[in-house]
Design a binder for this molecule. Sequence first.
Ligand SMILES: [Zn+2]
Length: 449
Amino acid sequence: MKIKTFIRCALCAVATLALPATAFAEPLVLDNVTLVDGTGRPVRKNMTVAIDDGRFTLVAPTVAAKGVAGKHVDCTGRYLMPGLMDVHIHLGGPYNPDKNHDQGVQALASFLYAGVTTIYDAGNDANFILTLRAEERAGKILSPRILATGNLVTYPGSHGAAMAIEVDSWPQAKPALDKHIAEQKPDIVKLTLEEHGWGSRPMIPLLPVDLMQEIIHYYNAHGIRTTAHTSSELRATEAIYAGVDSLAHPVIQGPISADFVRLMAAKKTPMATTLTIGEGYSRLVEHPEYLDQPLYAAAYSKAQIAELKSKTLAEWKARSWTWWMKLMTPIAQENLRQIDAAGGIIAIGTDQSVGPAVHREMELMQAAGVAPARIIRMATLNSARHLGREEDLGSIEPGKIADAVLLSADPTADINNAKAIVAVIKAGALVDEDKLPMAGGAQKRRRNF
Ligand SMILES: [Zn+2]
């Protein structure tokens, strides 16, 4: 027994050295906390949550957990929810030629600061994102857990081709996919099934559905999940029947049919929300003051905010896409609300590159008429399901990886309370906010323990 404990603590010490965040040699025990566990179960008051070796080890009423060994922290008046996730980002912007490693590190820090502990990069400069993924996994940077596709896969000239492996025939495409798997080790492969021809966008080539099916089958046979960019009910349905494991966007081109709602409830193919990318254009033009909110002021430098409020605002105001997306956002919101209400799996994704966007995404779901408790499930357990990681992530249950956010206000009363962050825990380690390389400058620790 003693030897076993010694070995475990020795391993702990190694983990502590690798993690640039506070890790405890002894278990962390949060007492008297109100638990929002991510499963959708009702909120439970006066609970104890114990964390050891990076995992949740105990969830029990505090009265029954007095004897638990470890560093006890009284969390009276606090709320604990799982770490948030963003299942669709493009770190540094998908097509930004000026992005560099250090800006990527700053953007990653902004996710942790906003309570986001897992992200999926849905297409990027492969070297840029995969270098950061390797650094995150080696414990060299303070970052949320990174899952990535590296390059995405599509037909020549189709949506996202600029950051894609382009394939046009089967089985001739196999060597390119083998190379992708061997060199980039994609966690989840992103495909696109999109011909444009809607809003103000001209038509482009479309990935043939039979080719898409071969690609999905091939990656799945290598143990790799797939997700697909689609924007219409037709293409979303085709992607589902081609076997895709999740959808990277809602239906945005128009209202969905009752049949599609029933299909999504029956298939339970997880669908990402990504409202913020489309709504964000008119939001900047009409309400640039949102950038003064604390999470944004921490996530962007003063120069970035000044540029957004002047140059970017003027550009976005002048283009028709801004106003098209403003028009279509309420339709996408209602589509998502209906699928959720029918029992489909909605996950939180922003298609953005900054932590606070996750909170905007949740605000837009609340504005759509979804209850805050359901939105938290979307951003946690449903998102884990989207990423194929529901066995070890997404909820506060014994045995799962200890990703969590401690709040000073009830997020099930108003989703805006999810911003009232006291502490962020990733893999059992408290994040030291004062050490995060934030673009907005050094931040103070928000916890007092
Ligand atoms: Zn995207």
